[in-house]
Design a protein around this ligand. Structure first.
Ligand code: FES
Length: 110
């Protein structure tokens, strides 16, 4: 048995304001969010801060980073890496935008 990449349509691009995050469901995984940077790029990542599970869709976006509102850890949405503390990282997902729709990929068992 192998794994395969499955794309899910998760939102309309217009649903996410620049500088905001939106909770989405990727297949059966509902701990995900899509973020839109102030300059308009989209990223998909886990919605729960790996520090103490704060919801990151309520965090602040600065360039490609989301900043958790609770203790201010910062995560680079391109890599998931925490940029101001060691040992934390956020899951990230492949995302594509097509004709105003946002699709996010997840690896699943075949
Ligand atoms: S819960 Fe996010 S930084 Fe502590």
């Amino acid at each position: 048995m192998g794994i395969k990449k499955v794309w899910y349509r998760v939102a309309d691009a217009a649903d996410i304001a620049p500088g905001a995050g939106l909770k989405v469901k990727v297949g059966t995984d509902d701990d995900c969010a899509v973020f839109r940077t102030v300059s308009g790029e989209f990223y998909a990542a886990g919605i729960l801060c790996p520090h103490q599970n704060e919801l990151l869709d309520r965090g602040r976006l600065e360039e490609c980073e989301v900043i958790c509102r609770r203790h201010h850890l910062r995560f680079d949405l391109r890599s998931g890496n925490c940029t101001n503390a060691c040992g934390y990282s956020l899951r990230t997902f492949e995302l594509r935008e097509e004709f105003g729709e946002i699709f996010v990929a997840r690896w699943e068992d075949e």
